[in-house]
Write a protein that binds this ligand. Structure first.
Ligand code: E4P
Length: 216
């Protein structure tokens, strides 16, 4: 499973890219609004760092605007993936952009039918929002399971990108279900490293070595 970072923070991206664990990045208007500077320039710099798919989202709500913005975003860097909000306009825009070989990440997916419609118009990725479903007492991972089942029946090229990830258990569940990508906030990736027994183990090895050296 590919691991994407769900952030617009160059500092966080840089630190995880250095470890070789980042396959791509997803951003959205909320995440970009937290960053200082020209959004286009930030996206360009993220692409240079990651050298993999970087989702940049349109702000238009009509198909013509999405297509115009999408074409423009795609000129920033070859790694840009245009993120479109799902809906009639998004589907129409995806069809046009995909035909022009612009990769689209269809976002705000909350049902298997939305994922299916996105795949039919050539979306490169669908982004089902797991955490936001959990937030309303609905099992988010059930949606991933359903989309994995459906996409497995047909020769769609669309990748399932698990989004709105809140904790490492989501990552484990996504991987067990065979999702193509999981996009995680930096704090979740940080948490993936942690286990108290690893820390205790390292401390004990060092202590035992020190004690043995003191006897020499
Ligand atoms: C990424 O593609 C999504 O925009 C993001 O994961 C949404 O996460 P949130 O529900 O925590 O805002």
């Amino acid at each position: 499973m590919k691991l994407f970072l769900d952030t617009g923070s160059l500092k966080d991206i840089e630190s995880f890219v250095a470890l070789g664990i980042v396959d791509g990045v997803t951003t959205n208007p909320t995440l970009m609004a937290k960053e200082k500077g020209d959004p286009r320039e930030i996206i360009k710099q993220i692409c240079r760092l990651v050298k993999g798919p970087v989702s940049a989202e349109v702000l238009s709500t009509d198909a013509a605007g999405m297509i115009r913005e999408g074409r423009d975003l795609a000129t920033i860097d070859e790694h840009v993936v245009v993120k479109l909000p799902f809906g009639r306009a998004g589907v129409q825009a995806c069809r046009t952009l995909a035909a022009e070989k612009v990769r689209v990440n269809m976002t705000l997916i909350f049902s298997p039918t939305q994922a299916l419609l996105s795949a039919k118009v050539g979306a490169a990725y669908v982004s089902p929002f797991i955490g936001r479903l959990d937030d309303i007492a609905t099992e988010g991972m059930d949606l991933i399971e359903q989309i994995v089942d459906i996409f497995g029946n047909y020769p769609f090229q669309t990748e399932i990108l698990v989004a709105s990830v809140r904790h490492p258990v989501h990552v484990v569940q996504a991987a067990r279900l065979g999702a193509d990508v999981c996009t995680c906030p930096p704090a979740v990736v940080e948490a993936m490293f942690k286990h108290p027994l690893t820390d205790i183990g390292i401390a004990r090895f060092l202590k035992d070595w020190e004690n043995a050296q003191a006897k020499v």
